[in-house]
Design a protein around this ligand. Structure first.
Ligand SMILES: [Zn+2]
Length: 413
């Protein structure tokens, strides 16, 4: 029966614009509350307690999509839905007080027509079902490594991370978030745009510090799966790869290059294979350099003084197609790239046993850079001396070495 709402909403009443409430059978009300996850279908606020005071007062309301009666004052009441069906779960949505007032306001009935409201209910309930289905083992710890790119700051808010993880049926754990906005935020490190030596040293120190925090959390058992969202200068990303624990299950998420600002892989993109060749044999077998022409082409003539006649030069590139920034768009292509990189490292290990380091000139996408670092084995492979292209000079400059601090001290160069 309709009765005047006393101001105390109950979980089983539906309140109309006339202020009268109708009792909905308990089993139907429960269906609507559970399907909505106890959250407002429109604004997603949690309705089991009051947000600001934290009091356990039921603030949710059951709202009719098609009004309870066919009378002219009943919102959407003229819809052909049969009267028997109007108090069933399919015709009821869970709303907070404010949004309920909005959809039932006479001036907005056309905006919130039954089709629109049904679509909102469907979308909300499907999302609640999907998200609440994720069990504890689908939890993943988020690691964002964000730096400037030639003066342009990278943005990556929580919403984009969550969207990317949900695509893979995962939900985020933010344990590693520090005082900065991101888990590793290099945007305030000075000297990035000219690429000054101080920048690379400071970035390396900052990375080491934050990754030590990650290792502690792994030891404590707090982190069991890692999701990496990294966008910074390529040498920093290779270094990051060397610092990630190889036994920790890790998923890399690249930034999509389709203008969507989204992160994640494109499984339908074509698979690409890679090859490596020896471009030149040097006079000193202990001197080795590698160019990686993947996202663009590295011209062997422009490597500068670092690579003289004494140095043997290898090139890794896509097999049969032209290098391009979008080349590595799915994980199987990244695996093929990483496999070729490992084969190249194994070849260098055999052919250049006395090499103190490997000079690398990488034109690779971000995920490939991280993967390069991950596959470098400190015990078997010499450290990488990473060069980066100078924006304005069309030549390459030494940036950073993957060697530990004590290894670097003994370096005569
Ligand atoms: Zn709401």
């Amino acid at each position: 029966m309709a009765k005047r709402a006393s101001g105390k909403a109950s979980a089983t009443s539906a309140i109309g614009p006339d202020g009268l409430s109708r009792t909905i059978p308990e089993r139907i009300a429960r269906r609507v509350w559970v399907a909505a996850g106890g959250r407002c279908t429109i604004c997603n606020s949690y309705l089991l307690d009051e947000e600001y005071t934290g009091q356990a007062v039921m603030v949710g309301q059951l709202a009719h999509i098609v009004g309870w009666s066919t009378a002219p004052g009943s919102p959407r009441g003229g819809d052909p839905l049969h009267a028997d069906q109007r108090n069933l779960a399919d015709n009821l949505m869970l709303l907070c007080h404010d949004q309920h007032k909005v959809i039932d306001d006479k001036s907005l009935w056309d905006t919130y027509d039954p089709t629109t409201l049904r679509a909102m209910k469907r979308t909300h309930e499907q999302r609640i079902r999907k998200v609440t289905a994720l069990k504890e083992e689908r939890k993943t710890t988020v690691l964002r490594v964000v730096g400037n790119l030639h003066g342009r700051p990278v943005e990556l808010d929580d919403t984009r991370v969550i969207a990317a993880l949900l695509e893979r049926d995962r939900f985020p754990d933010w344990t590693l978030r520090g005082a900065d906005e991101f888990e590793v935020d290099l945007r305030a490190v000075p000297g990035e745009d000219p690429g000054s030596p101080h920048y690379w040293t400071a970035a390396k120190a900052h990375l080491e510090d934050r990754l030590e925090h990650l290792r502690t959390q792994v030891r404590k058992g707090q982190v069991t799966h890692l999701s990496v969202f990294a966008l910074a200068r390529i040498p920093v990303l290779i270094l990051l790869g060397t610092m990630l624990d190889e036994t920790l299950p890790t998923q890399l998420y690249p930034k999509r290059r389709d203008g969507s600002e989204g992160w994640g892989w494109s499984p339908d993109a074509p698979e690409v294979e890679f090859r490596f060749d020896r471009v030149r044999i040097g006079t000193d077998r202990t001197k080795v350099a590698v160019i990686l022409s993947v996202s663009g082409t590295v011209d062997p003539e422009r490597l500068g003084e670092a690579v003289g006649d004494s140095c043997t030069l290898y090139e890794l590139k896509p097999d049969g197609i032209t290098p391009a920034p979008t080349l590595i768009s799915n994980e199987s292509t990244l695996d093929l790239f990483s496999q070729t990189w490992r084969e190249l490292l194994a070849t260098i290990e055999v052919e250049h046993p006395g090499a103190r380091d490997i000079a690398v000139f990488p034109a690779v996408p971000a995920a490939a850079a991280v993967s390069m670092g991950r596959h470098l084995m400190r015990v078997a492979h010499p450290p990488l001396r990473i060069f980066d292209r100078m924006q304005d000079f069309d030549t390459y400059q030494f940036t950073i070495s993957t060697a530990c601090a004590d290894e670097q001290k003994g370096d005569p160069r």
